[in-house]
Design a protein around this ligand. Sequence first.
Ligand code: KIV
Ligand code: ZN
Length: 516
Amino acid sequence: MNTIPESDRVIIFDTTLRDGEQSPGASMNLEEKLRIAEALESMGIDVIEAGFPIASNGDFEAVNEVAKVIKESTVCGLARAGIKDIDRAAEALRPAERKRIHTFIATSPLHMKFKLQMSAEDVHQAVQDSVARARGHVEDVEWSCEDGTRSERDFLCRVIETAIDAGASTINIPDTVGYTIPSEYTSLIEEIRNRVPNIDKARISVHCHNDLGLAVANSLAGVAAGARQVECTINGLGERAGNAALEEIVMALRTRADVMPYGTSVRTENITKASRLVSTITGFAVQPNKAIVGANAFAHESGIHQDGMLKNAETYEIMTPESVGLTQSNLVLGKHSGRHAFRKKLSELGFDLGDNAVQDVFVRFKDLADKKKEVYDEDIIALVDDEVRVNDRIRFLTLQVVAGSKGPQTADLELEIDGEVKATHASGDGPVDATFNAIKALFPHGANLQLYQVHAVTEGTDAQAEVTVRLDEDGKTVNGQGADTDTLVASARAYVNALNKLLVKREKTAPAAMSA
Ligand code: KIV
Ligand code: ZN
């Protein structure tokens, strides 16, 4: 039962799939975006900004597919202040049960003069026209004044009034370049509330970037000043230094409800899972000391702290690990576990796989259980993520590597490419280099390796390695993942996964990319 009075309820608007994806290197494919959207919905997120439909066919498809599957959350599409943008957003959102068009235009003197090359009067007119156009398509329209915190306040109040008159029910005040500070943002939101005559007909929203590390503080200052929607991303993903981190906003509101008496509908127990999902998909590791979701966020190292914790956890813990969904890893199955138990585990973990896929993952699970004493939920998740790639043109088969200090390091690799088995032998500057050279010999390509990252799925030297490989080809970036107890096998799988994603991207033709 929701007991928060509507006036104190803060709408959580997640823009991981739009502003988050604008982080260089954080590109996600359609299937990955759908998984994130579903995780956000199960977490109780009110609004999911799924993309910028005019930006590319891929963005259009993502918003359109998210609109088909998401039922509880509102699905939102971004549009600049032009007819084509707005109509394209409306088309992408058509299947959504709850839909919102989010249209924006810059209002600061700097952006109007140099970027838009429009007069203030033309911008004012564009606000009226774009919001009215969006309202012709949907009931729920959000309007944003890009670079709002560097805009002149008289002009800002005037355009906000116009946007509300034209039908916008959410007015978002972005700190686009992460420039403001909490006291200044508070006064800006207060001034808007005091000066815009029709402001009571709209909800004020905050959208803060983290260039000075103030995105969360600024967002909370905005809420204290009367904003009732916060735009944020999982793990603070986003352009440059990122956006306000969703998990920090939500947990600050929950933990300090004594001084911030507002509520959200977020099921905070889902936070850790969502953070891991976004980090795995994008290859953006979460720093260990990151608030709420860092590996050390609930770790107590010093003797004094441990002693205090044993006596009363509240001595050093302001929120419980369970409140963000951090529980002891579940020991799952062993090498004697049967197919039935394995299938049940998959379903508990939320995987709905066909018979063939279950069989393939089961074989790899048995293999893993032979090598590794204990198999955890995280291991199974990594295995499934790695295995269920049905349409891949390139498939990893086997790898034999010679490593060590004597050199040369070499790799014997077998891949299946378009149904044909191919093998090669290659050397390199280290075993990883030899492995990647072997892949290049079997499947020549011009993509550049941008990131190679390894992390252990669980603890111990027998843990599976989860490798992320980021490739870039002509400005198209993809992240591949692979998991195995052998780091080199995981590396080969990750590289192959990235190549398969690149092949899918190559097939899709996109009009000129653009960013907001
Ligand atoms: O930062 C920004 O100004 C934006 C707008 C499009 C809302 O992302
Ligand atoms: Zn932004």
